[in-house]
Ligand binder design. Sequence first.
Ligand code: SF4
Ligand code: SF4
Length: 398
Amino acid sequence: MTEDSRQSAVLDKDGIDALIALLAQDGRTVIGPTVRDEAIVLDEIGGGRDLPYGWGVELEAGRYRLQPRSDGAAFAHSAGPQSWKTYLHPQRERQWTTDLTDDGDLVFNEEDSAVPSYAFIGVRPCDLRAIAIQDRVLGGGPHTDTRYAARRRRAFLVVAECTEPGATCFCVSMGSGPAAGPGYDLALTEIVEPDSHRFLVRAGSDEGATVLARLPRAPADERTSEAARGLVEAAAGRMGRSMPPVNLRDLMRDTLHAERWNDVTARCLTCGNCTMACPTCFCTSVEDVTDLTGTHAERWRRWESCFDVEFTHLTSGPVRATPLSRYRQWLTHKVGTWHDQFDSTGCVGCGRCIVWCPTGIDITEEVHALHAERSASAAAPASAAAPAAPAPPAEGPA
Ligand code: SF4
Ligand code: SF4
């Protein structure tokens, strides 16, 4: 077998089934997309039968609908309501418990540090980038989340390259898709032709190559590789949305006092849905609970949102008391100051915040509007230009 044929191959639908079975046999909890509650959600899957063969989605701002597909494709749908952070950085996680003994002492109990070994099937390229972003935030450095890091170390990632972008997708303008970037174990590209339903599979790690070598497969042929390349390139040309092609960090810095913030915050409910759906938002709070006897207490960590007025509550009250300050914090951090903090953007262009916003606020529309406002202001005669705004008070990370 040549080096190339060890690294890539062609699977059919039975091969995908065998992949799921093999990962489960190896003791992994296999998570993938499946149809439930009128949506394509992520859940534990028991085989290829659980994948959403024959289903796509119709997306728009504030709108999500399942759509049957006549071609029977499994991965021709864009990002759903959840992201992989549901598993790697769970919504609620107990930190420790404490019990009051008969002697009146408190005994603290650490949580079990064992974590599952996940295999994720059908990770979108934008979500692969989102995992890499969360790795930088949670997986290393002086404030490592040890359980996140342990889950990541044990996770096996099977990417599904995008061949059917949604109307709210803009990964091309964020440089995060539709082709898979580095970091996967296996990458699939699904090809559905009248006489053949197959998957080009490439290994991206030694572990991926080992798993691929254990599967029933055919050698990767030129026709399949060409078809896969063509489908991904065509998807890049069909993105539903885009960000303006400017330095977004500078744009956020230059528009802190733009009129557009008033416009968008007149529509924003500050519900925080966008932060819950976003695959890179990572903020948490802790809460302590006791039982009715008062002898047992637990500390839980849970997702928190920068849209919550209590999130920045200090002794004198919330730092970001207005919806404007909270929406602006979210957006300027996401595509602006995230660069200063983590050396990358915090947005991967998945479009979830657009789809799952109850009032249909569209991050790309807002950024385009800020860009237009800055351009108009730069083009205005100097005498008509507004006086320079004073520097805003510094706001911390989300
Ligand atoms: S932008 Fe939309 S989803 Fe986000 S807080 Fe405002 S209303 Fe909620
Ligand atoms: S900000 Fe919106 S489009 Fe960007 S990664 Fe988060 S949910 Fe996706």
